[in-house]
Design a protein around this ligand. Structure first.
Ligand code: SF4
Ligand code: SF4
Length: 482
């Protein structure tokens, strides 16, 4: 253990105010307790006020504050800091202390579980039943179930196994945090003579922060900062953006698949269904036509078939482009397919996490700001006047946030080029393979230009709303007759 270090200029722990926010134990405990309190109150509030009309707080907190700001914004910039104040991780550390401390069985110690839970249990259901999770009651029930599952896993298994393997956003936050411009590591010179390893003893996740720099990976670190209060040699540094993806590190297959599935489920499906679905020609797209065809021959009940087929097509296209593109690239470069796929697959990380900032920026003005304010006003009886949206889709200035979509694919192209350096082959072969290895990125880029073309040529549908959802499903017989 070390009691004093001369901190580097880029060490956040040495910067006034930021150092206090990220390292002060009392401040962090107060923050974690406030977040836990809000989380539990939002669940309770969701049960006693189950409908949207009487409850803006539960959905405002979960979907207007936690998801866009604590997840998308912080992950792409500061890294996994949300995990550090996550209510589940916070209570988990106490539960695991008096729990059974069993080893997680091998079958369950699989990060694919969390990825699949997020992909099928959340996004698949979300597109089929778009209104479901948006109600306060459903949101409260979902988070209550996840809390019960988390408590059971923390109690039975050690090393915060729930965070590592079961949490639906655990693997996602782990891989997307590599895009950020921060890194937790230690002053390795100070660590050389260390005999106590207090940093490792303080870590509930059984990690060794003094190995992070050498491995170029913070592994399952949730940036809870417990180790930083155990030893002064722990540092939290500003680095170049995506520093975690530039140098070599041990690849994790679940992480690459998490990137592909999340890009498909969020970036591509939303471009199909939510963006192009608002255009005047929404009936002409192949996912809408497929949905209308099946609506005519099968009864899907309350399922939003357009959302369902937009999701299915997005997933099939994304996986095909990744696998097919990487296969051709591997053949051109004469490099093993798996090595090509998992080395270069990480390069698509900016598509969702940086591109997603365009959605967060716009929706802050359309809905998040007033939903959060009105929700807190309602839940804590603040007596404020009801806040109106800060902007509407008709306000052209809000579209400035689209810039993040363009930054996202440029960033991803750069990462493909950088990560190609890890492949041992001739330079001209890498240049030839580049467009194939970037197939999904090229598709994402083209989709952005296509969306701009569609709206400038055909415009939005008259109401400006997504008309392809099941609520607006046209009379199928009438449609067939046309
Ligand atoms: S960071 Fe860990 S290994 Fe390094 S000096 Fe401190 S306790 Fe020892
Ligand atoms: S390495 Fe440090 S910051 Fe990361 S999880 Fe462990 S104690 Fe928390």
């Amino acid at each position: 253990m070390v009691n004093f270090v001369n901190r580097d200029k880029n060490d956040i722990f040495g910067i006034p105010v930021l150092g206090f926010i990220f390292k002060n134990r009392i401040f962090l405990r107060i923050l974690q307790t406030i977040i836990l309190g809000l989380f539990l109150y939002a669940i309770y509030f969701g049960f006693i006020n189950p409908t949207k009309e009487e409850n803006l707080f539960t959905t405002g907190l979960f979907w207007g504050l936690f998801w866009p700001f604590f997840m998308v914004v912080t992950l792409s910039t500061l890294g996994r800091v949300f995990c550090g104040i996550c209510p589940h991780g916070f209570i988990g550390k106490y539960i695991t202390k008096f729990g059974l401390k069993k080893k997680m069985p091998k079958k369950l110690a699989n990060p694919f579980i969390g990825v699949i839970l997020l992909f099928l249990g959340w996004w698949f259901v979300y597109y089929m039943f778009p209104g479901l999770f948006k109600t306060p009651y459903a949101s409260a029930l979902f988070f209550l179930i996840m809390t019960v599952v988390a408590v059971v896993f923390y109690y039975i298994y050690d090393e915060m196994a729930y965070c590592k393997y079961i949490c639906p956003i655990g693997t996602m936050t782990k891989v997307y945090s590599k895009v950020s411009f921060t890194k937790l590591e230690t002053y390795t010179d100070n660590c050389q003579s260390c005999k106590t390893f207090d940093c490792a003893s303080a870590c509930s996740y059984n990690l060794k922060p003094f190995t992070f720099a050498k491995k170029n990976s913070i592994e399952d670190c949730t940036l809870c900062m417990d180790c930083s209060t155990a030893c002064e040699a722990v540092a939290f540094k500003f680095k170049a953006p995506s520093n975690g993806l530039v140098k070599k590190f041990k690849v994790n297959k679940a992480e690459v698949w998490a990137l592909i599935l999340i890009t498909a489920a969020i970036s591509i499906t939303m471009s199909f269904h939510h963006a192009l679905g608002r255009s005047a020609i929404f009936e002409d797209f192949f996912w809408t036509k497929t949905a209308r065809y099946f609506d005519g021959i099968l009864n899907f009940g309350s399922i939003d078939t357009v959302g369902l087929f937009a999701f299915i097509y997005a997933v099939v296209i994304s996986i095909s482009l990744m696998m097919g593109g990487m296969y051709i690239a591997s053949k051109i470069m004469n490099v093993d397919y798996e090595k090509t796929f998992y080395t270069l697959g990480y390069a698509i990380a900016p598509l969702f996490i940086v591109g997603g900032l365009s959605h967060v920026g716009e929706f802050f003005f359309y809905s998040y700001a007033h939903n959060i304010t009105n929700g807190f006003n309602q839940a804590f009886s603040l007596g404020l006047d009801k806040m109106a949206p800060l902007a509407s889709r008709k306000d052209a200035w809000v579209h400035i946030f689209n810039i993040f979509n363009h930054i996202a694919y440029i960033w991803a192209f750069i990462l493909v080029a950088i990560r190609m350096k890890q492949l041992d082959t001739k330079r001209y072969l890498k240049i030839l393979a580049f467009p194939f290895a970037s197939a999904l990125i090229v598709f994402y880029m083209s989709l952005n230009f296509y969306k701009a073309y569609v709206f400038s040529t055909y415009g939005a549908n008259k109401s400006g709303h997504n008309h392809s959802s099941h609520q607006m499903k046209p009379n199928t017989n009438q449609y067939k007759a046309q």
